[in-house]
Design a protein around this ligand. Structure first.
Ligand code: NAD
Ligand code: GLY
Length: 367
């Protein structure tokens, strides 16, 4: 795919930035030349798996610059202050300074870690996000949230640090294992539920083509799903209002992931079950028909995503424990649980009115 076929959308936040969809890795250098006259040094932060697949293509365009690769092993545990400190040491050894530009080449882990590094290194240096997982392309690279984890909680130490640009090359998804695809699909289906009935119907219609990774259909899915996120974060960069809707399914999903100690459940599976629980709760509140709940379940299942906990765990989870775990949710306010609920398909609302017995019932529906 050439640079000419690439599509540009813009995040219109306090500091607007472009998102290039379908932009070849090799062409990033050309873009940097056109935009940044004073640029000399680039740090590419990535992991060895991604580097093996894509470093050569990326560096083709960067030959006029002095660039260094900083490698981080794969895994969520790398989003840590320890790793941040090690990156800082390595960056200083490479002669990085305030004018260095960081390229975050990878999935959400690299994007969040390298993004947070860029936000604090010498009080902030330039950042370009180059997302290589579906989740990163449709979700984590968009909206400027960057963070590392604290032993007590995920993404606790972080910042809003918008990149100068997001450079999305769809072809990097060709090498993504299906389990990782599912994580992105769960978020994409969530986007459809929150804001785009047409996208939901697209997922229903295009199941076979998406599973076979038909490039044109994949492209359309990534473009439409990223556009939902861009639309939402453009309205509310700092999550004072509408951006909270992006947490649909996550209060339930996080509680389940925590209860299972992040073992035997992927984030996408947690979100999928969380979406179903939220749909049941919306039904109990009269915001959604049972036919709509069934439609959501059918769609998730058709992409291999679970709709009940028993599909992924033999443990017999206790709904009371899951309910208690929801107390730790970052959205809660003054002891009151704040949940995002779908309103039909293609719309969602923030609900402060859910009682514990109602939430418990929703958990029972997905056991
Ligand atoms: P990830 O970054 O761990 O990537 C998943 C795996 O895929 C890794 O093992 C990686 O090496 C591999 N990989 C990456 N690109 C590949 C490719 N093209 N081909 C083959 N393998 C590839 O996981 P993720 O799902 O992308 O991101 C999860 C992270 O994103 C979490 O830490 C989560 O907190 C964060 N997140 C952040 C935001 C945000 O707004 N900042 C939003 C959602 C999620
Ligand atoms: N993934 C939630 C957000 O970016 O706000």
């Amino acid at each position: 795919m050439s640079l000419l076929e690439c599509q540009k959308i813009e995040v219109t936040a306090a500091k607007p930035y472009p998102v290039f969809l379908g932009a070849p890795l090799e062409a990033l250098g050309e873009y940097l030349h056109s935009q940044f006259k004073e640029l000399e040094h680039i740090l590419i932060i990535t992991n060895p798996v991604i580097a093996k697949l894509y470093a050569e293509r990326l560096q083709k365009g960067l030959m006029d610059y002095r660039f260094d690769f900083l490698f981080v092993p794969s895994g969520e545990s790398e989003k840590s202050l320890d790793r941040l400190s090690q990156l800082t040491t390595a960056a200083l050894r490479c002669g990085a300074d305030r004018h260095t530009l960081v390229i975050a080449l990878g999935g959400g882990v690299i994007g969040d870690l390298a993004g947070f590094f860029a936000s604090v290194f010498m009080r902030g240096i330039r950042l370009i996000q180059v997302p290589t997982t579906l989740l990163a392309q449709v979700d984590s690279s968009l909206g400027g949230k960057v963070a590392v984890n604290h032993p007590i909680g995920k993404n606790i130490i972080g910042a809003f640090y918008p990149p100068l640009a997001v450079w999305t090359d769809f072809t990097t998804l060709d090498s993504l294992p299906w389990e990782e695809v599912e994580n992105g699909l769960a978020e994409s289906i969530k986007h459809a539920l929150i804001d785009d009935l047409d996208l939901f119907e697209f997922f229903e219609r295009q199941e076979e083509s998406l599973k076979q990774r038909n490039p044109l259909i994949w492209r359309e899915m990534v473009v439409r799903s990223s556009s939902v996120k861009v639309r939402i974060v453009s309205q509310d960069e700092r999550e004072q209002g509408v951006r909270a809707l992006l947490n649909l399914g996550h209060s339930f999903g996080h509680a389940l992931e925590t209860e299972m100690n992040y073992r035997g459940v992927t984030h996408g599976q947690g979100v999928s079950i969380g979406l179903v629980a939220a749909a049941h709760l919306a039904n109990a509140k009269g915001q959604m028909t049972l036919a709509e709940v069934d439609r959501i379940k059918l769609l998730l299942n058709s992409y291999g995503l679970p709709i009940k906990i028993s599909e992924i765990s033999m443990e017999g989870q206790d709904p009371q424990v899951l309910l208690q775990l929801m107390k730790a949710d970052k959205k809660n306010h003054g002891g009151r649980k704040i949940l995002i609920l779908p309103q039909g398909i293609g719309q969602a609302v923030v609900s402060k009115e859910c009682t514990d017995p109602e939430i418990l019932d929703a958990w029972k529906q997905v056991l």
